[in-house]
Design a protein around this ligand. Structure first.
Ligand code: SG7
Ligand code: ZN
Length: 261
């Protein structure tokens, strides 16, 4: 179709000049989560999150999203439990969003898109010496996904939104010393989990995905602030940073487990 998400996405950004699929991939992300096909796993533990707000370092426009990066040289900001066998260290978080509110999330639930999705990226520092090495391993990364839906203004997110004009252009960075990303997590503990991949090149099949069932609410102005960012550097012809998501990938031989009944 003229309006296919995949085509629009492919035309949009130089990142996708690298392959959209990896040959032989069996656990690619994102996926559609079909609620009724997910399997309740009573042995799944609650996810425990412990972030130290002072490990926050800076906000960076990397030309595909904006990243809030953390000091991951020690175990000060970690997650443990849930489907994970080790503790994982917080490295960064970022978002994916659409040009309009009808799409923007990477994952879908019963084929429904949300206008945006938050990803908190963690790595297995127990088994691997560096993030780069963890990216190459099946149990190297754990990403928490949180859907954003339209509703009330989110006060925690607003601190970030206020900083965005300073990182409008690609390759700009600003200091951002103190931020507690747990303010962006819904209080409901329920999640889905499945084995998947990074959603940008190198698309490595290294991610244990933990997708929160309950979305957080943000308002239209906050989503508009995301859409004011640019894919382009200062001096280039301006291209708005929108539709920075990967198309859905086949589930293949995978089960999505749920922590709730
Ligand atoms: C965004 O998504 C960035 C990438 C990230 C990628 O493009 O946040 O991070 C950096 C440092 O460029 O890639 C390795 C990595 O975290 C894919 O992350 S995702 O699968 O959670 N969407
Ligand atoms: Zn992401």
């Amino acid at each position: 179709a003229a309006c296919s998400r995949k085509n629009r996405n492919a035309a949009l950004h130089p990142l996708w000049q690298s392959p959209l699929t990896i040959p032989g991939g069996t656990r690619q992300s994102p996926i559609n989560i079909q609620w009724r096909d997910s399997v309740y796993d009573p042995f799944l533990k609650p996810l425990k999150i412990s972030y130290d707000p002072t490990t926050c370092l800076h906000i960076w426009n990397n030309g595909y999203s904006f990243l809030v990066e953390f000091d991951d040289s020690t175990d000060r900001s970690i997650i443990v439990g849930g489907p994970l066998e080790n503790q994982y260290r917080l490295k960064q978080f970022h978002f994916h969003w659409g040009a309009i509110n009808d799409w923007g999330s990477e994952h879908t639930v019963d084929s429904k898109f949300y206008p945006a999705e938050l990803h908190l990226v963690h790595w297995n520092a127990v088994e691997y010496p560096t993030f780069e090495e963890a990216v190459m391993e099946g149990n190297g990364l754990a990403v928490i996904g949180v859907f954003l839906k339209l509703g009330a203004r989110h006060e925690g997110l607003q601190t970030l939104v206020d900083a965005l004009p300073a990182v409008k252009h690609k390759d700009t960075v600003i200091e951002f010393d103190v931020f507690d990303p747990s303010c962006l997590l819904p209080s409901c503990p329920d999640y889905w989990t499945y084995a998947g991949s990074l959603t940008t090149p190198p698309l490595t099949e290294s991610v244990t995905w933990i997708i929160k069932k309950k979305p957080i609410e943000v308002d239209e102005d906050q989503l508009e602030a995301f859409r004011m960012l640019l894919f382009t550097s200062d001096g280039e012809e301006e291209k708005r940073m929108v539709d920075n998501f990967r198309p859905l990938q086949p589930l293949m031989d995978r089960t999505v487990r749920s922590s709730f009944q």
